[in-house]
Design a protein around this ligand. Structure first.
Ligand code: ATP
Length: 280
């Protein structure tokens, strides 16, 4: 049986501007997205029975058609039209509903993996068109570069090269619904959008663009997010920000030792998820 194992990385948002609410309920955004090496592991095995089985075993993540990886597999098997099926085993290392894009990344990996396994030969552009129908962040994980993402997240262009940095991720485990965040967002009539630099030579250059409009909703409701940001800065982060719709906070560090030291001090025996990872 043909089988493939893939790593599906998480992302952080260096920048997340909400531009406007669209008539279809989505929001036009401007985001700078960066992959980090905290990865789910996905093994896809083709079967002859036409069905799809997803085995994830993680609380809060459905194993059946509700799993976005299941949906991605369905699209690819239908395109192949060969009557084959797939078994998908997912080891979830990325916290769920955390603002780290775990589900979208799983779906992107399944699209790319099944494209290979089934010999479909679809271009990345085509896979991105398929992916955006599954989730707005899916195309970014097929793009595989630090990206400026516009529209709902599907209009992607590569950002100028950025230096690799260490990223401390801390998730306090409070439940934040993405839909709730966008429902409660007050869209202010801001002036023009801040211009993005064309050159990023140091971690401080990256920190100069850190901003997330969604913090205006999450921080008043979950002050722990602001507390983690402040603690990261106290512990030596060059910058700190909430990722996506939260609640994960990330801090940028110049070296691994700094990130690990901050992790140990910050997390202690809180039971929070925390990992010091590197940008990809
Ligand atoms: P984003 O940053 O794109 O908003 P997120 O990290 O906040 O994403 P996910 O971890 O992708 O959120 O999960 C959001 C919801 O999707 C969860 O409530 C979960 O039940 C559902 N879901 C479906 N499939 C998956 C999957 N493969 N991994 C994680 N969650 C999944």
């Amino acid at each position: 049986m043909k089988s493939l194992t893939l790593k599906a990385p998480a992302k952080v948002n260096y920048l997340l501007d909400v531009i406007r609410r669209r008539p279809d309920g989505y929001h036009d955004l401007r985001m700078v997205m960066q992959r980090v090496n905290l990865c789910d592991e996905i093994t896809i095995t083709l079967t002859g029975n036409g069905g799809i089985a997803v085995n994830c075993g993680k609380e809060g993540v459905p194993d059946g058609p509700g799993n976005i990886a299941w949906k991605a597999a369905r699209v690819m098997l239908d395109l192949a039209g060969s009557g084959q099926g797939a078994e998908i085993a997912i080891t979830k290392n990325i916290p769920v509903a955390a603002g780290l894009g775990g589900g979208s990344s799983d779906a992107a990996s399944v699209l790319m993996g099944m494209n290979d396994l089934l010999g479909l030969g679809l271009s990345d552009r085509r896979l991105m068109e398929i992916g955006v129908k599954l989730g707005a962040d899916v195309p970014f994980f097929i793009f595989k570069k630090t990206a400026l993402a516009e529209g709902i997240g599907e209009q992607l262009c590569a950002m100028p090269a950025m230096p690799p940095v260490w990223v401390l991720l801390v998730n306090p485990g409070v439940h934040v619904s993405t839909a709730w965040v966008y429902r409660n967002l007050q869209l202010t009539n801001r002036g023009g959008l801040a211009k993005l630099p064309h050159f990023y030579g140091t971690v401080d250059d990256i920190c100069s663009i850190l901003s997330n409009d969604l913090e205006s909703v999450t921080i008043p409701a979950f002050p722990v997010i602001a507390e983690i940001k402040a603690a990261m800065l106290r512990l030596g982060a060059a910058g700190a920000m909430m990722s996506g719709s939260g609640p994960t906070v990330f801090g940028l560090f110049r070296d691994r030792e700094g990130a690990e030291r901050a992790r140990e001090t910050l997390v202690g025996d809180s039971g929070w998820f925390a990992a010091a990872v590197k940008t990809l």
